[in-house]
Write a protein of this length. Sequence first.
Length: 256
Amino acid sequence: MKKQLTTAAALLLTLSLFGCAQAAPTTVQTETPTTASAETTAASQTGDPAALAAYRETLTQIRENSAWPDGTQIEIFEPATMDDEQFAIRDVDGDGEPELLVSVSDTYSAGMRETVYGYDAASGQVKEKALAFPGCAYYPGLIKDLSSHNQGYAGEVLWPYAIDTYDATAGEYVYAYYVDAWVKELSDTYFDGTKYPENIDVNGDGYVYLITDKDGNMTILNKTDYEAWEKEQFAGLTPIDIPWQTMTAENISAVG
């Protein structure tokens, strides 16, 4: 069973949720999401040589300047250094060409970032395709972007996450959904005063799922309906193994 909220009610409910979906939150996380996979020994050598050369230059600039290509400074917490941050070369959007993934996590919560870059052959420039929080799960053309923190009413039922899908026309990922949960035991009243939806939790699970779409419309689902919705979103998609490496000069020089 599901319920589509009115526009006004959905807006009130989502005000406290969209902050979690941002890639650079200001609230310190209360639990650490899943970290990136183990590093491999060498960077991918497949792909357009010009793209790989551009990725190598981008990585060099990030490492040497401790700054993202957009100019945002990176403040690494000692004893870590930029050498401890991670990158990977992998086709994640399904366009047949490898992207550059860069993940920085040894910093304050608001500075943690995982970025996907692509290469624009027409301009010869590296272009940002997605901006997320470290610990993403990648599927062909889809990113499951874990929230930086879990400070709502989801409890242990769910770590909130966003789903971003690749728009081939725009050449970048776009926001599709934000997923959270509401455990009755934590509060039978939501932030805006809404009472726990017993009529939706027909099986008496004690929790429901909150799904907000790109237009800000929220739908509340019980466990059965959520599992069906989740299966539909990831149908036929196999998780992509990301060959993370540390951002050492040696590993960067091996790109291309």
